[in-house]
Ligand binder design. Sequence first.
Ligand code: OXT
Ligand code: ADP
Ligand code: MG
Length: 580
Amino acid sequence: MSNDAQSRELTDGFHLVIDALKLNGIKNIYGLPGIPVTDLTRMMQAEGLRVISFRHEANAGNAAAIAGFMNGAEGVPGICLTVSAPGFLNGLVALANATTNCWPMILISGSSEREIVDLQQGDYEEMDQLAIAKPLCKAAFRVLNAEDIGVGIARAIRAAVSGRPGGVYLDLPAKLFSQAMDAAAGQASLIKVVDPVPRQIPGADAVKRALDLLKGAKKPLILLGKGAAYAQADADLKALVEKTGIPYLPMSMAKGILPDNHAQSAAAARSYVLPEADVVLLIGARLNWLLSHGKGKTWGGKDHKDWGKQKFIQIDISPTEADSNVAIDAPLVGDVGSCVSALLAGIGSNWAKPPAEWTNAINERKTKNVAKMAETLAKDPVPMNFHSALNVVRDIVKANPDAMLVNEGANALDFTRSIVDMYKPRKRLDVGTWGVMGIGMGFAVAAAVESGQPVIAIEGDSAFGFSGMEVETICRYNLPVCVVIMNNNGVYRGTDVNPTGGADVAPTVFVKGARYDKLMEAFGGVGVNATTPAELRKAMEEAIKSRKPTLINAVIDETAGTESGRITSLNPASVATKKH
Ligand code: OXT
Ligand code: ADP
Ligand code: MG
């Protein structure tokens, strides 16, 4: 090497990856170290990135996915970093889940030596990760040369956050990290992504078509989905709802875009408004299983395949979403912000409010349901049931509207959704489109890290088990997370018995009277066993005030739940007439 070359300043793959991420506004990395990314995590920390190190990649992946939901509209995807093969596979469920939910995350995995992997010669953690990731995410890239790192990361960010957001896989082979190149040339090769979330403006004809349809409606309904929450167009969404006077129904993660106690919320009259509405404006919500595919009895159809009489307007960033289940009469393709502001411009200031018969009929149903709910919530049974425990959570969330709420389970999920009102957008984080268990602690960690707000995680005892070891992570980073376990001794409830009379318990039953609070104490957090609403209230209030990692084992009547919560009907029934 010449003297000249020796004196040149060098950079390498490690530093270029870090510089490229930082250049694009990435602040937090959710991951798990090991060969070949251990030094990368150390250098990331040294260079000012916050590296949150998990106990299992599935949870790191879920953290990255929900960070993407929280910040994606600002052009910042969540980042998960894993080791090769098994670590990559552990992170892959979250990547697929993020893609399914339209959340932007990038799974960055180290990988083994290409020449050996491609000849299947048995390298350490050998796997063709790129090929495996491809069908499970929106896009997948591999970078082989240090000078391409800038392009690789720019492409990954654009793919994740533009258009319909989703998961992206970025494969970084071990050899890349120590590849050296001239530092100035390295810096010049990095790309700061310009306009990562380009606005997508709907066509004027499509806006007119939508407004014409909405104008003629006698029983209009707005359906807000998590795409609307994601888009961060909160003020315009509120203006649209309030200026038109149209009742609205929030999907689970859209709760809080407008406060749940808003006069126009039809959440407490769901089963009335869906079949009765004549024109439905879907905003960032798909007509998938959660909306009974837009047809069947839920929508007033005679049987499960019949379409109702509704006309649909659908705002979605993906042009192929329309007509995926039933006919969409007025598709409005674009980002929620642009579409809603175009509608607002078109409705002007003298839009006729919906007929009073419609809004009065909804209010009547609502009042009845709310009164019924209030009656149930006021009861104080022994042991506690979901309602008496969640009545406490409802009050605590009302008093702390900035707190983040994470929620998973079956009954623990469904009761929380309908009992606990949300007051601000993007505060409710839950199982999403797949109804997936295991998101709990990963979401809780990211919610705390990204928002700086206290986090309340309402967890079924089964749901919690999928990510429970991360209470150590919560303690290690001293995060203000209060986990409440709705402990009913099992999956759905704790009362099933083994029909054979054998020693094994039934498949849905756990150890009775388990003390999950002890788990938190093991790592220096606060553990509380709560058997009454008063104990639960005191423990939650203290947790929010102190911001100490807290786990409350809320002892719930083991008979209180129903099979699969509100979605019992999705369980296939056996047709066998005799036992085999
Ligand atoms: O109008 P009607 O009369 O119908 O009433 C509705 C509203 O009008 C009314 N309402 C109100 N009333 C009064 N006041 C207010 N404020 C109010 N708000 C609403 O209440 C009702 C209900 O309203 P809702 O909820 O809006 O309406 P509905 O009809 O329920 O909506 C339909 C849906 C489909 C949109 C809704 O039900 C929904 O979003 N459901 C999501 C369901 C879901 O995703 N469930 C999770 C999956 S279940 C299962 O898969 C589980 N597993 C298997 C498994 C999974 N998932 N993942 C993996 C990786 N492995 C395995 C497992 C293992 S759950 C599970 C664990 C379960 O055990 P746990 O111990 O964790 O949990 P527990 O059950 O607690 O024991
Ligand atoms: P929910 O489960 O709340 O009904 P879904 O996940 O089914 O919501 O639907 C979200 C929809 O929002 C997806 O079809 C997605 O393409 C769309 N979407 C996501 N972000 C945006 C955005 N910024 N603008 C418009 N549509 C969006
Ligand atoms: Mg349970």
